[in-house]
Design a protein around this ligand. Structure first.
Ligand code: NAD
Length: 260
């Protein structure tokens, strides 16, 4: 299966290394920004979508960022190709969500959202079928990891000595206010109760060294309580390794006779 990547960073590198070891998966090209000068894989790096489409991919994987979803979801779907999204936080923008949905509705290609660093997407989406009454996500990171976010204006991050809630609200507010930390909250919302009804707490916790996501859900199915302590990606401390792993799993399933 021929795969094209959008992005040439930490996730792209891991996904490319994985595909290189799989008989049925082949990365044929990657689309990057002008700042991407050397391909992280053994395939060509291109600058435009038409150049990428010349390699005749069967599907396109976004592992670049929110701007890449905005720029390429519509055009890729217009080509009838599947578009796999890891930057799910981009979909908290209602206008972009509506545009992506409209493009998918009229395409033979489909949009596939990966679980990324969120645990339990399968259980959440299954539970939704019987009705969910509550979904809460609590994401904790070391205080320094919130530098460069609006938390810097509201808290003295260097002085935090105990777990401190730096944001409390719904998933849409969380994703729009903290766009660089939006993906996990957005994925929980999209799999479960939606952006307005999903409750999110963002926590600066000097006691954690990883990104810790604690998902709780209730509904007719029962109660879900899951916590992940996610290790960083080898090449990008801001990205959980699980993000790349969840893309690998999806691609493996695309090419597999038995899917799980
Ligand atoms: N769903 C999740 O749980 C989850 C977790 C971690 C990261 N992510 C998403 O994955 C993205 C990529 O992560 P990474 O660690 O590989 O980042 P990275 O910074 O290492 O690499 C990003 C790459 O994408 C390229 N890029 C950025 N915008 C682009 C655009 N508009 N068009 C083409 N190329 C573009 C960059 O030049 C770079 O090569 C993050 O921005 C984040 O949105 C999702």
């Amino acid at each position: 299966m021929k795969i094209a990547l959008i992005g040439n960073g930490a996730i792209a590198k891991l996904v490319a290394q994985f595909c290189a070891q799989q008989q049925k998966l082949e990365v044929v090209a990657a689309l990057g920004l002008p700042t991407d000068t050397v391909s992280v894989g053994d395939y060509p790096l291109v600058r435009t979508l038409p150049e990428m489409l010349r390699f005749k991919p069967a599907l396109v994987v976004e592992c670049a960022g929110h701007s890449a979803v905005a720029a390429y979801a519509g055009p890729v779907l217009a080509e009838g190709l599947d578009f796999i999204i890891v930057s799910t936080g981009s979909l908290a923008d209602e206008a972009l969500w509506n545009a992506v949905k409209a493009a998918a509705d009229t395409s033979t290609g489909r949009v596939k959202l990966v679980a990324g660093a969120l645990p339990g997407v399968d259980a959440l989406a299954s539970g939704k079928l019987a009705g969910l009454s509550k979904v809460t996500l609590r994401s904790s990171k070391p205080p320094r990891a919130w530098k460069g976010t609006p938390a810097e204006q509201t808290h003295n991050l260097d002085a935090i000595a105990a777990p401190t809630v730096i944001f409390s609200g719904n998933a849409r507010q969380a994703a729009l206010t903290f766009p660089k930390n939006a993906n996990v909250a957005a994925t929980a919302a999209l799999a479960g109760l939606g952006f307005e009804a999903t409750t999110v707490q963002l926590v600066a916790d000097p006691g954690v060294t990883q990104n810790v996501h604690h998902l709780e859900a209730e509904g007719a199915f029962g109660r879900l309580n899951l916590r992940i302590e996610a290790n960083p990606s080898p090449d990008n401390p801001k990205t959980s390794h699980m993000a790349a792993l969840s893309i690998m799993r999806l691609l493996q399933n695309e090419a597999a006779p038995i899917v799980i």
